[in-house]
Design a protein around this ligand. Sequence first.
Ligand SMILES: NC(=O)c1ccc[n+]([C@@H]2O[C@H](COP(=O)([O-])OP(=O)(O)OC[C@H]3O[C@@H](n4cnc5c(N)ncnc54)[C@H](O)[C@@H]3O)[C@@H](O)[C@H]2O)c1
Ligand SMILES: [Zn+2]
Length: 366
Amino acid sequence: MSQLNVNIPSAGADRYTIHIGSGLLGSVPAQLEKDFSGLSKFVVTDSNVVAAGHLARLLGKAQVGTYIIDPPGEGSKHIDTVVSIIEAMEKASLGRDTLIIALGGGTVGDIAGFAAAIFKRGVKVAQIPTTTVSQADSSVGGKTGVDSTISKNAYGAFRQPQVVYIDVETLKTLDDRQYRSGLVESVKHALIADDEYFDYLKKNMPAILDRDCDVLEQVAYTNCRIKAAVVAADPTEQNKRRILNFGHTIGHAVESASKFSLLHGEAVAIGIIGAELIAQKMGFAAPDRLKRIQEALSMLSVPLKIPKGLQKEDLFDIIKRDKKAVNQWPKFVLLDKIGHVYFKDGQWAHDVGQQIVDETLDRLYL
Ligand SMILES: NC(=O)c1ccc[n+]([C@@H]2O[C@H](COP(=O)([O-])OP(=O)(O)OC[C@H]3O[C@@H](n4cnc5c(N)ncnc54)[C@H](O)[C@@H]3O)[C@@H](O)[C@H]2O)c1
Ligand SMILES: [Zn+2]
């Protein structure tokens, strides 16, 4: 089992450990009892995670109050679910001395983290991610929230976890499409921060797709190391944290225009190719770079082109409404080489003309 300590320097209390291993789930309650002995524990999970046996593996014989989100997934990531969780905790007479344990994917982590941020003005949360997205990305960094009827993550708060437990064995029950799509965030981490990790991912992709736990532990460790370093440098996204948005500007537009028929990681894969085409156009991409990135993403069998049914005008409209847009046009995170983001004039995200984006979208269609 490996262990990673995360320090968020701007806030003294925000120091936590990420424990990574395979089959560690059953040992978590005893460890939490030891480390958070005075706190009542309350688990938030979802019905797929329960059906896959992970709640039973976590709790064993321990009696812990539990809220099961049903139906699972993005459709339940709204404020009513948070209200129900908070009322369930009140009915269980829980107070400020509560530790919420989020067991599940990114939706469970985001919902439970947000409930923790606002219940009785804030209680502690432990994250136990069970998907490739949440183990690589959402469980670390402290962003929590739920969607409104108008936009994603409209309600939200920063709430760093007290501790994260990553059990890579939980990934064995994850649906294949979800599994592969979530790995796009690992490729993204490699592209923005670590060229050796990029080579490692390519070389070990067969083992990763086989869900080999030893390799998955290494992957989880490297993802968390990269994400934690970026978050520690910029916890509330003033500047450097934007590099995590690589591939997400076009990616979010494609995801949203597809009405979420494309999974997040699938849309981000298209967005990464889009960012690469832009970098090429602006003259700072070595000729073989796009091919190397396409090869890595192709190993995940994710789409690399925009499906024909999506209208370019819709994509443009959504890009203009990007939450990071200023004067109706966002800045773009671009690579200057594999493993490094282009940085100029103190900025990690850059102006790209609408004409270039227009041509890029044309090139991205099937
Ligand atoms: N907070 C952040 O920094 C951050 C970062 C990235 C993504 N997110 C959010 O994360 C969400 C997406 O996360 P996700 O892809 O993990 O989605 P998810 O939580 O909806 O999980 C995907 C599906 O897999 C099921 N599942 C989860 N674990 C399982 C397991 N081990 N075995 C079998 N089934 C399992 C879930 O029930 C669900 O149906 C989005 O809402 C996104 O906005 C947040
Ligand atoms: Zn993402």
